[in-house]
Write a protein that binds this ligand. Sequence first.
Ligand code: FAD
Ligand code: FES
Ligand code: FES
Length: 497
Amino acid sequence: MLRSNITNIQTKNMVKFYLNNNLIKKSINDPQETLLDFLRINQNLKGTKEGCAEGDCGACTILIGKLDKDNKVIYKTANSCILFLPSIDNSHLITIDGLSNSLENLHPIQEAFVKFSGAQCGFCTPGFVMSIYGLLLKTKKPNKSEILNAIQGNLCRCTGYGPIISAAEELSEKYFISNDVLVKNNKYWAQKLNELKSYNIQEKENSKLDYFIPKNLTQLKEILHRNENTTIVAGSTDVGLWVNKQFKNIRPVVFINQINALKSIKITKYKVSIGSLVTYSDFQDFIISYFPNLIEYINRIGGDQIRNMGTIGGNIANGSPIGDIAPLLISLGGKMQISSKEKSKKIYVEDFFIEYGHQAISGNEYIHGFEISNPKNKKFEFKAYKVSKRRYEDISTITGAFYYENILNKKPVARFAFGGMAGIPKRSKSLENLFKENPENNFDENNIETAIKSDFQPLTDCRATSQYRQRVAENLFKKFTYFVNNEFDREEISRVS
Ligand SMILES: Cc1cc2nc3c(=O)[nH]c(=O)nc-3n(C[C@H](O)[C@H](O)[C@H](O)COP(=O)(O)OP(=O)(O)OC[C@H]3O[C@@H](n4cnc5c(N)ncnc54)[C@H](O)[C@@H]3O)c2cc1C
Ligand code: FES
Ligand code: FES
């Protein structure tokens, strides 16, 4: 049985998806071919633009529709420049070219852009239109801050954002998205995507296949077991750049984004389990109800497209010292499950990071998911801060996440984790001890400095000097203690200016 599953995976060297209204069945000779190249070169659909080719500018924004657990097609924005074709297998793709077929027959979003002069050179415009489309499909009547959030990942260098925002505000007020063709035809496309899933492509056996699209965990484990050096691709917001910018060969490669078992957030009385394929956007929904003051923090990860694509598992697996999720999970005392065909292990997230570029995972293992205590049952203080050169769409210079729990008759728990202070995201145990030993929270500045210095010797690099990092870490800690002392949460405390 298992053997035939694997054979199936290896013999189907084709992906199938709907592109606007057309069914595409495409033989994959190069699994590193990007969706953007396919659209522009193979399909001659030149509306979707290439600006940066690294997920930063939004010129290549498209919508990807996927079936959710309620059998609805959910459309979300994504950057086609860093997506590989196998990642969109079994989905419904909408590009700017599918919105209208003539100047006389523009989509209402395009009409609003014309009305408010939301385009000058027009290079960024398709991306903006698709981002606003994604927003309206998600939020019927978005307010200004939701509009700004939705276009964080889109750069315009000539119009200025005012007219674009005005167009979006008018759409929010006057356009009834429930009349939109994608909303009205949702059932139709759900049926089409269901048919695609069971579509049987007859292909000759191809033993040279160097990519896989497993549909379940058994297949994934078997693939990794047989091919130890396979590159796992989840949201491809890192791997896409390895190919586009570093010209890496990532083959053999396994695209895991169709494994539903890795996509859920399960909440029980005592714990919350987060699948490794949960995207930042999905995580955001959970954060809103459990850690509302972290919303600003999550909103500062990439832009909307990146948040729709990037996964929690990918953010940890890449081992980055400046990934934004690690400090959160470490300070929450999070654990993670790492699995392979032979075994499954559970470790603390902080133990996953051994040293720069070296994590506690081997070539035939994958990250299954994460686990934290259910915060609803606890009384605690938790704050996280991100410092970066730009407010949005920027990688962190430093992050600090501070968790403190003091329950009567129990030992107090403090976990303070920093990103950007060492080769790995790491706790400052000296600072934690200092905090626990000072119930009054009256700290001598020198003690704070000494505590942080005894745990970190931060680097000087293009983002910041060592001294800057040291000083910012001290200030983030002070900000947290200010919050604890004052026991109130002003909006601007969770921001970093
Ligand atoms: C424009 C842009 C802005 C960004 N902004 C931010 C930001 O603000 N903050 C931030 O933290 N990051 C940011 N990133 C980085 C990126 O979004 C994250 O690192 C992301 O979480 C990676 O997840 P992914 O699913 O896209 O991983 P992928 O790119 O698919 O994979 C990343 C790595 O993880 C491995 N991997 C993925 N899933 C698994 C798994 N389940 N098991 C084992 N290994 C796995 C892959 O093999 C690869 O080594 C940004 C990236 C871009 C392009
Ligand atoms: S081309 Fe810039 S985000 Fe894709
Ligand atoms: S209209 Fe020229 S870049 Fe936006």
